[in-house]
Ligand binder design. Structure first.
Ligand code: PLP
Length: 449
């Protein structure tokens, strides 16, 4: 790769002078200046290369700079770079058709947004208007985005500074056996007790006040907790019993990440609304959306839907989605993610867990894995406290620095590292990453009791 440290220094200087970064104390961050990326790797202006175990923010499912997707964006820019949402436009029509072909059940109408949070906002609006009810139920240990409704639905600390407490959101505990809120000892107990807790929550809130239950099919940033068999089916049954709209948020889990097109495909559960973004076009151009069931689409057949966006279904973003979805099919990328999980990442990570006292649990599927790092595998005390600040986060910071030194860019959230590389990662690349992770975990081991 062509790199020039002087250019890198200028990029960094302008960033520090003028770019205001997400989720950060502006003077306490030190963003790496990135010169380029390809496949599963990116590199800086000194030519140091990193294997990306994060897929950006878990969006680059087909890896960086796929030539066919880059060419499709270039071609669309030459043909029709932009157009207003009220018109029928070839790239938008084709993207909607290809997405509807993959979404479960009768989710055949697509409302396009610019990203995940806007998808969640619109799903909630649709559910409230469809049911005429005010409240939305969401899970602790969840992330749904940073706009007003989406951040209020979020069940982790990023909500706290923006929590208005008036968004009509009620939170409940979803299943998570390793840190069971229900003192369960088996997956089956966890499933039954979590469903009873949700049924009780609905009963005490008043079923006729609940418009929607919003769940990540497999919670992502909050820890990649694959739900126990029967849980999503049970939530579906509760929604049917009470006329509640079931929204599955597949912004992170969708489009191959879990080894299926959608995480819902593992159980066969069909939600009423499904939100997506990220993997739909691997983040090459911002795009998200809501896939809508026949019944909810009918609500707005003769009554206007009171929501919209200037860039809903932007031609460049939709052309990128069309090319991405075609490439994923042609190259068997979803199947590759499933195989990599079963043959390489699953066994490799479990082997690391056997050797490293800092690894409390390994869980996941496809290219969607979490390692729960602990001080003590007996008590399961997390390696760092919940929502660690400053010095309290030092053990995780040391782990991350050790990984980066070894050319591996890790995803770190609280006491967890997530292994979420592109679906296209090769076996050799995955093994290279596991070897670097092995060495970095030795640094985490130093903080165990
Ligand atoms: N929903 C889930 C499950 C997510 O993981 C995210 C982002 O990480 C969002 C919603 C928000 O998406 P965006 O950042 O595109 O608004």
């Amino acid at each position: 790769p062509q790199t020039d440290p002087q250019v890198g220094a200028a990029v960094k200087a302008a960033d520090r002078a003028h770019v205001f970064h997400s989720w950060s104390a502006q003077e306490l961050i030190d963003p790496l200046a990135v010169a380029g990326a390809e496949g599963s790797y990116f590199w800086d202006y000194d030519g140091k290369r990193y294997l990306d175990f994060t897929s950006g923010l878990v969006f680059a499912n087909i890896g960086y700079q796929h030539p066919k997707v880059v060419a499709a964006i270039q071609e669309q820019a030459g043909k029709l770079a932009t157009f207003a949402p009220a018109f029928a436009v070839e790239a938008r029509s084709e993207a909607a058709r290809l997405i509807a072909r993959r979404t479960p059940g009768d989710l055949d109408k697509i409302f396009f947004t610019n990203g995940g949070a806007e998808a969640v906002e619109n799903a909630v609006r649709m559910a409230r208007l469809h049911t005429g009810r005010p409240k939305v139920l969401s899970a602790y240990r969840s992330y749904h985005g940073a706009t007003a409704a989406a951040i209020n639905l979020t069940g982790e600390p990023r909500r706290w500074p923006s929590d208005t407490g008036t968004a009509g959101v009620v939170r409940f505990w979803a299943p998570f056996l390793y840190r069971s809120p229900f003192h369960a000892e088996t997956e089956q107990q966890e499933c039954e007790r979590a469903l009873q807790h949700l049924a009780d929550t609905i009963a005490f809130e008043g079923p006729a006040t609940v418009a929607a239950i919003v769940l990540e099919t497999i919670p992502g940033t909050a820890g990649i907790m694959v739900p126990p068999p029967g849980y999503l089916e049970g939530v579906r049954a509760l929604c049917d019993e009470h006329g509640i709209v079931f929204v599955l948020d597949e912004v992170m889990a969708g489009f191959g990440r879990t080894g299926k097109w959608f995480a819902a495909d593992h159980s066969g559960v069909v939600p009423d609304l499904l939100t997506f973004a990220k993997g739909v076009n691997s983040g090459y151009v911002p795009l998200g959306g809501v896939a809508i069931s026949g019944a909810i689409a009918d609500t707005f057949a003769r009554r206007p839907y009171p929501g919209g966006l200037t860039y809903s279904g932007h031609p460049l973003a939709c052309a990128a989605a069309v090319a991405t979805l075609n490439v994923m099919e042609e190259e068997g990328i979803v199947e590759q993610a499933a195989r990599t999980g079963e043959d390489v990442l699953g066994p490799g990570l479990r082997e690391l867990a056997r050797r490293h006292p800092s690894v409390g649990e390994v869980r996941g599927t496809g290219v969607f894995w979490a390692l729960e790092l602990v001080r003590d595998t007996e008590t399961r005390e997390p390696l760092v406290p919940y929502n660690p600040v400053g010095e309290a986060n030092a053990p995780m910071a040391a782990f991350a620095a050790a990984a980066k030194e070894r050319g591996l860019w890790p995803f770190v959230n609280m006491n967890r590292t997530h292994v979420v590389p592109p679906c296209t990662i090769t076996e050799a690349e995955a093994k290279e990453g596991l070897a670097a992770l092995d060495e970095a975990l030795s640094v985490a081991d130093e903080h165990t009791v």
